[in-house]
Write a protein that binds this ligand. Structure first.
Ligand SMILES: [Zn+2]
Length: 503
């Protein structure tokens, strides 16, 4: 008996389908299945020789199922199933070392694999740029590598991205594809460089390893940059910053980059940065990787509230606190959660979107598409907008706060409404996560000027609404600490994220 020639020499997918078909035949008529068992045995041998993991896995699952579901059958039949199962398991165990992909180092497939090992989370477009091929070729090569089980494809919001599987890494190492890989970054960083990427501006610091600021700079960004040019601008800015610390060991620096919005530290990717659209389309960019390539320094990306949470955890008021939250109030509102001493990112690094908790109904329209979100009442632009809607002629937050300090009715109402909305949103945060502290960062005039009417009214309103809506014990157990926000504070927090990675 021999397997049909088309399945012996056909594509891997055909072999898997043939295995599936044979298992089905055996399932339906286990009596007189001699021929099918022989053919299956041949297919398993072929799959083993070709390192065809997909067909082997199909055979393994099918045989196991048959074995479990045919307890009434003749011992001889079950004995043969057991024999085939043993061979299949043995072949699967041998796979990694016998993986015969034989990728040519200079070919697209090898370069694709190395690219996603060195920089997990690349998109089709980014892989195309790295391996100097068009996206059709990337899709074709990707399918081949997927079938071989050396890469996997995931979805991050709207983007398809690629990672290497453990098997892919093992193959690349054992076959020598990775011999030219960059050396591992230093385990201990001497300096932290923190950069805040704002829509039209960069703010950066260099700190020592305790996140103490040694130098601070700001720089305007030219309009209409793409993500690659933004990365180049950041890299130049970092070099400039490091020159401001003459005796520094620049090569032992690590970079933390902070971008407002949804970012994923593991892949270094900006998933969605609405504040940067449409002028600086960072959405979808592997920003950390591009900056790392341009500077040769380890680079990590984090969002604003999480960066502040890491700073507080490593060096600030959260040093001895396992569970606490930071809230940042500025152009938008976000929160960072520290649980069991670490940032809690959620499944897709989008945890902490407190700015889009609905606190008013029907509420003002939010840029997220919803109505009545916290951001539409308590962010700086919202406070200005509400004051304007009340007839005040104000164009910035300081003007509103000045009027509130003079006890102007409309300005006072806007500040109080913002504070109550934030308190109500905090009550949800407190009830759900039971933090020991909430560290609130916001504009100096709003949260950091005790004794002024605006600042006192705002924080009193926050506390009143929090106490009104929070479950009694979670509210009273939680300390609220307010701190003024600045570009330098945010940049230092970004540096703290990088330092925490390389302690
Ligand atoms: Zn919203």
């Amino acid at each position: 008996m021999s397997a049909p020639s088309d399945s012996r020499h056909g594509q891997a997918g055909d072999r898997r389908a043939e295995v599936e078909r044979l298992i089905k035949v055996l399932e339906d008529s286990p009596d007189g299945a001699d021929r099918q068992l022989n053919t299956l045995g041949m297919l398993i041998t072929d799959a083993s020789l070709d390192a065809d993991e997909i067909a082997l896995a199909e055979a393994h699952d099918g045989l196991q199922w048959l074995y479990r579901n045919h307890e009434q059958q003749a011992p001889e039949f079950r004995g043969r199933l057991q024999g085939l199962l043993d061979v299949t398991q043995w072949a699967l165990r041998r796979l990694p070392s016998r993986l015969q992909l034989a990728l040519v180092p200079s070919g697209h497939a090898a370069r694709f694999l190395v690219a996603v090992i060195q920089r997990p989370g690349l998109s089709n477009q980014e892989i195309a740029a790295r391996i100097e091929a068009d996206e059709t070729e990337v899709s074709r090569v990707g399918r081949r590598l997927l079938a071989a089980g050396v890469v996997m494809r995931r979805k991050e919001w709207r983007h398809n991205i690629w990672d290497a599987t453990p098997r892919g890494r093992q193959y690349a190492e054992s076959s020598g594809l990775l011999t030219k890989a960059a050396p591992a970054p230093p385990t201990t960083a001497a300096l932290g460089v923190g950069v805040v990427v704002l829509p039209h501006r960069l703010v950066g610091v260099v700190t020592d390893r305790r996140a103490r600021v040694m130098t601070c700079l700001e720089q305007e960004l030219p309009p209409l940059l793409d993500s690659m040019t933004t990365a180049t601008e950041v890299a130049d800015f970092v070099n400039h910053l490091l020159k401001g610390v003459p005796d520094a060991d620049a090569e032992a620096s690590v970079i933390g980059v902070q971008v407002g919005g949804h970012v994923i530290p593991e892949s270094g990717r900006v998933v969605f940065a609405p504040n940067h659209e449409p002028e600086v389309p960072l959405t979808g960019a592997s920003l950390a990787g591009m900056i790392e390539d341009a500077t040769d320094l380890p680079t990590v990306i984090e969002n604003d509230a999480n960066a502040l949470a890491q700073y507080e955890r490593s060096f600030g008021d959260g040093r001895d606190t396992e569970c606490f939250a930071t809230v940042i109030l500025g152009e938008g509102i976000g929160s960072g959660l520290i649980a069991h001493g670490r940032i809690s990112h959620g499944a897709r690094s989008a945890a902490g979107e407190i700015g889009h908790v609905v606190v008013e109904q029907p509420g003002r329209a939010c840029q997220c598409g919803n109505k009545g979100c916290l951001e539409t009442v308590a962010s700086a632009p919202a406070i200005i907008g509400i004051a304007q809607e009340s007839g005040l002629s104000v164009s910035d937050l300081d003007a509103v706060l000045t009027l509130a300090n003079e006890k102007d009715g409309a300005a006072t109402a806007a500040v109080e409404r913002a504070g109550r909305a934030l308190g109500r949103a905090l009550s949800m945060l407190l009830n759900l996560t039971n933090p020991e502290k909430v560290i609130l960062y916001g504009p100096q005039g709003l949260v950091g000027s005790p004794g002024t009417h605006a600042s006192d009214l705002f924080l009193d309103s926050v506390r009143d609404a929090r106490d009104q809506y929070t479950f009694p014990t979670t509210g009273t157990d939680c300390e609220l600490i307010a701190k003024p926000l600045s570009g330098e504070v945010e940049a230092r927090a970004a540096a703290a994220v990088a330092l925490a990675r390389h302690q």
